[in-house]
Ligand binder design. Sequence first.
Ligand SMILES: Cc1cc2nc3c(=O)[nH]c(=O)nc-3n(C[C@H](O)[C@H](O)[C@H](O)COP(=O)(O)O)c2cc1C
Length: 169
Amino acid sequence: MKILILNGSPRPDGNTAAMIRTFQNAVKPEHEVNVIRVCRKNIRGCLACEYCHNQGNGECIQKDDMQEIYALLKDTEMLILASPIYYHGISGQLKCVIDRFYSALYPKAPECLKKTAMFLSSGDPDMEAGAKFSYEGDFLGYLGLEGMGIYTNHDPDYMKNIAEMAASL
Ligand SMILES: Cc1cc2nc3c(=O)[nH]c(=O)nc-3n(C[C@H](O)[C@H](O)[C@H](O)COP(=O)(O)O)c2cc1C
């Protein structure tokens, strides 16, 4: 299975990165895992120009580093959104990427994309409601992907649970 992990943290060795490492160490080697550190990329917000849904035929008019993610999304089977919580939501850098999914995943995601999961890290507990709400509404609800869990760093078993989910794939 092709798995794409989008890391929304700017910190190379932060808590989100540790969750991703746990996943990578536990996942079977037959899977291909790509991790994109979105904060190292030049990815602008959606322009709402609707070019993608009109003459663009699903292609975004903005030619920035999002093109790398669009290319990966074409055959991604599992998408993992990993982010620190900033003011009750995911990081702004990852939010820009998700808004740019407008051309590639909406109104319909590629057939191959079936599963998703979310890794969230916050300073205080119970700060994830905003991030969970949009993930559940869009990725589980609207796109109908199979949710493989939401993992948060204030759950005492979160690393074990991530490793178990990874190994189960
Ligand atoms: C700009 C900014 C905003 C933050 N906002 C919150 C917040 O609203 N609630 C919270 O619990 N932690 C907040 N934090 C703390 C981070 O969510 C926390 O340190 C997280 O574990 C960092 O993950 P990372 O190490 O993967 O970058 C914020 C940190 C920054 C830099």
